[in-house]
Design a protein around this ligand. Structure first.
Ligand code: 13P
Length: 247
């Protein structure tokens, strides 16, 4: 059965005491054990937060796909693994856009994480002009083909996909549940065609892009939506709780 996941991408937000307070609140919330909750804080806070959580996983927003070496300012997957990190984000549109991360580089990151037994949440999604040209499905499938579909079926099972239409990120504009379901179904179909039915049925596909307490229920009710990757609303304990209990 596919896993239900609610993940909070904090991006470059919160000071340390705010991060501690937020995690303390999240840890005290009662959420079904069927729902995996993960938060992705800035690097600086990871090691402290890892010690305080049992019902909440702590992941990393980024890493550099080399084990060690002269890469000033970077953090490697081996260093994250050593801390106890089990999840990483790869392919977020902000990394693609502001840090020029290409599909080829993202493929390297995927390989580096999986080689270290770290679960990848792989983000994909189209900009508005691509949707306006009705090329969004081709665009997203191409992202998957160039960064993910070289993996074996066994490896792909350690990947969760997050569909994040760029025009819905931080804009308050959400994909309708129909738009989300259509894209999620298309992603699942391409996994089934590339691998097989069993693999397609086992991969969780999350929706991200202005997901909040008022739209989460409708989005999560879609047959191919297995949860959410939440930005802004993950910074408020009550909102993250409301979303985590929207299945
Ligand atoms: P918002 O929920 O703030 O739109 O951000 C979505 C996102 O980018 C999660 O990774």
């Amino acid at each position: 059965m596919r896993k239900k996941i609610v993940a909070g991408n904090w991006k470059m937000n919160l000071l340390q005491h705010e991060a501690n307070e937020l995690v303390n609140k999240l840890v005290s919330q009662e959420v079904s054990s069927e729902v995996i909750r993960i938060v992705f804080p800035p690097y600086l806070y990871i090691s402290e937060l890892l010690n305080s959580t049992s019902n909440l996983a702590i992941g990393a927003q980024n890493f550099y796909p080399k084990d060690f070496g002269a890469y000033t300012g970077e953090v490697s997957i081996s260093q994250l693994k050593d801390l106890g990190v089990k999840y990483v984000l790869v392919g977020h549109s902000e990394r693609r856009m502001y840090f020029n991360e290409s599909n080829t580089f993202l493929k390297e990151k995927v390989d580096s994480a999986l080689a270290n037994d770290i679960h990848v949440i792989f983000c994909c999604g189209e900009p508005l002009e691509i949707r306006d040209q009705n090329k969004h499905e081709l665009f997203v499938i191409n992202q998957l083909e160039e960064s993910l579909f070289h993996l074996s079926a066994e490896q792909l099972k350690n990947v969760t996909i997050a569909y994040e239409p760029i025009w819905a990120i931080g804009t308050g504009r959400t994909a309708s549940s129909q738009q989300a379901e259509e894209m999620h179904a298309c992603i699942r179909k391409s996994i089934i065609e590339t691998y097989n039915q069993e693999v397609g049925d086992s991969i969780s596909i999350l929706y991200g892009g202005s997901c909040n307490p008022s739209n989460a229920k409708e989005l999560f009710a879609c047959p191919n939506v297995d949860g959410g990757l939440i930005g802004g609303a993950s910074l408020k304990a009550e909102d993250f709780y409301a979303i985590s209990t929207s299945f």
